[in-house]
Design a protein around this ligand. Sequence first.
Ligand SMILES: C[S@@+](CC[C@H](N)C(=O)[O-])C[C@H]1O[C@@H](n2cnc3c(N)ncnc32)[C@H](O)[C@@H]1O
Length: 235
Amino acid sequence: MKEMIRNYEDVLDMLDSLLREPAEFWNGFYNDREKGVPFFENIPDENLVGYFKNGWLRPRRVLELGCGPGRNAIYLAKQGCQVDAVDLSEESLKWAHERARAEEVDIHFMNENLFELNVEPSTYDLVYDSGCFHHIAPHRRMDYIKLLKKALIPGGFYGLTCFKEKGEYGGADISDWEVYRSRSLLGGLGYSERKLREIFSGFSSREIREMEDRRQTSNVFGVPGLLTALFQKEI
Ligand SMILES: C[S@@+](CC[C@H](N)C(=O)[O-])C[C@H]1O[C@@H](n2cnc3c(N)ncnc32)[C@H](O)[C@@H]1O
């Protein structure tokens, strides 16, 4: 029956309905590729490149959550990883496919909501998320963490780039409860090192730091106002 709450999933769906419909929003967002959004440039995150350079990561299978037009997925594929990349925006994946073809890399893109992904348990050495997690509503975080734990092998890594509170490009400094009072994530939630440690307390942390400002460099993405983190699932 419509609008009846029978189980936990119904509660989550009801809370989703208080917030904006994500696929519609993101498809509109990617309509204009020329609008000067910093992450539209086809270059990988400076922290991700750093993890490879300093030898922390040598993943074989990678899952990217909210891959957008594919800049990090493409970098990962070029490092020899087998990459599965998911995004709910069809528009972003059209662009990602074009880029991957132009760069001659093979990536398995999936046009799905990450909460509907059916992953095989203990499959990935790395799950990476750049800029998707801060758009996830608080009531969906538990399922997000469940997905990470299921998807990763024991000892596998989870890499994250997200808004810091009151960052230059966004990062609402509001409580989880306030999201539902204002019926909005206010363009993306801001996090602090403390909040990230609390949310991902089931993982050990390898590094949490501010993203380096690399706007003067042309080959990596690095802007102020973001936090980067690398967590590891227990062995
Ligand atoms: C800020 S963009 C970042 C895109 C890309 N990671 C990058 O850095 O270039 C956030 C992306 O997350 C995607 N997204 C948001 N919620 C999602 C969900 N529940 N499932 C899958 N993708 C999602 C959006 O469609 C969007 O492409």
